[in-house]
Design a protein around this ligand. Structure first.
Ligand SMILES: NC(=O)c1ccc[n+]([C@@H]2O[C@H](COP(=O)([O-])OP(=O)(O)OC[C@H]3O[C@@H](n4cnc5c(N)ncnc54)[C@H](OP(=O)(O)O)[C@@H]3O)[C@@H](O)[C@H]2O)c1
Length: 292
């Protein structure tokens, strides 16, 4: 039995980060200013604190400025919106990231939508989502962008291919489907009400799972030779587990991403890439939209 090629997300992410670091030093030399990412963390969720800390560290490693705003769980929506307004106006801040989930009492969409589109490095505002759906230039959500980068690095042909995405969140599933469509794939989006999920998955040349259910995708759901991208993360005692039954599926698939070490490392790499893009647009006239 031949085994699938394992797509090494760590290596691809490292290459993206190196490219961003090179571009940051060039941009800084040309314009005299260093790109900056502002991170906002509200409350004391330990997992969120770890995520924000690794984003800040990654920023510093590529030579960008990191401005951190830790706010207590008692922060009001008005106070948080005021901080975002201030960061929107701050010329040293190219990207604004508000770590989700926010504590109870915040309307996440309202908060996120206050971020100016040109600084929306998470790509999660309604304007960024609309620009993507309309085929316009803009900042894209980091994890779907990371998947596109992985597919490209693995030489996967998307033109005319059948792609199936399991999951329809605003964070991942919907923008993933839009990006695949833009690359001329034939795209199906599945979710919890999909009838015959295994059958739909079997039609996929490219199968992308983003559910958060350990080992949901079985080997007999996978077309022989298909490319399988595992976005899901479940914390188990043994460590992180993906949505795909990796050992069994790799005997069927043509290429597969592992968990950990697949899609995960791409998210932060793409956040850095987005911040660089935002900084470039800020430095040149006629870039990304400044309003929103
Ligand atoms: N950096 C990274 O690697 C990264 C980034 C983002 C997310 N993730 C991971 O990716 C997973 C998905 O994230 P998310 O934010 O998109 O989660 P989410 O908002 O919870 O969405 C999960 C999606 O899965 C669908 N679903 C649930 N059970 C299903 C089933 N039995 N069959 C088919 N579909 C089912 C849901 O359908 P309904 O819409 O019908 O409820 C929903 O659309 C999570 O494990 C998350 O941790 C990883």
């Amino acid at each position: 039995v031949s085994e699938a090629k394992v797509i090494d997300g760590k290596a691809v992410a490292a290459a993206v980060r190196q490219q961003v670091a090179d571009d940051v030093s060039r941009l800084s030399a040309q314009t005299g200013r260093v790109p900056g990412l502002a991170t906002i963390l509200v409350g004391d969720d330990p997992a969120s604190a770890v995520y924000v800390a690794s984003k800040r560290k990654a920023c510093q490693e590529v030579g960008m400025n990191s401005f951190h705003h830790a706010m207590p769980a008692t922060t009001t929506p008005v106070e948080l919106l005021a901080l975002i307004d201030q960061l929107n106006e701050d010329p040293n801040v190219d990207g604004i990231l508000c770590q989700l989930p926010l504590p109870d009492g915040f309307d996440e969409l309202e908060i996120v939508n206050r971020i100016r589109a040109g600084k929306d490095v998470d790509g999660l505002t309604v304007l960024s989502a609309g620009r993507l759906a309309s085929g316009m230039d803009g900042l894209r959500p980091c994890t779907p962008l990371g998947v596109m980068t992985l597919l490209e690095s693995a030489g996967v042909e998307l033109e005319g291919a059948t792609a199936v995405v399991i999951g329809r969140s605003n964070l991942f599933g919907k923008p993933m489907a839009q990006l695949l469509l833009q690359a001329n794939a034939t795209v199906t989006t599945c979710h919890s009400r999909t009838r015959d999920l295994p059958g739909v998955c079997r039609s996929a040349d490219v199968l992308i799972a983003a559910v958060g259910r350990a080992n949901l995708v079985k080997p007999d759901w996978v077309k022989p030779g298909a490319v399988v991208i595992d976005v899901g993360i479940t914390r188990a005692q043994s460590g992180l587990v993906g949505d795909v039954e990796f050992e069994a599926v790799r005997k069927v698939a043509g290429a597969i991403t592992p968990v950990p070490g697949g899609v995960g490392p791409m998210t932060i790499a793409c956040l850095l890439g987005n911040t660089l893009r935002a900084a470039r647009s800020a430095a040149s006239a006629g870039g990304l939209p400044a309003t929103g």
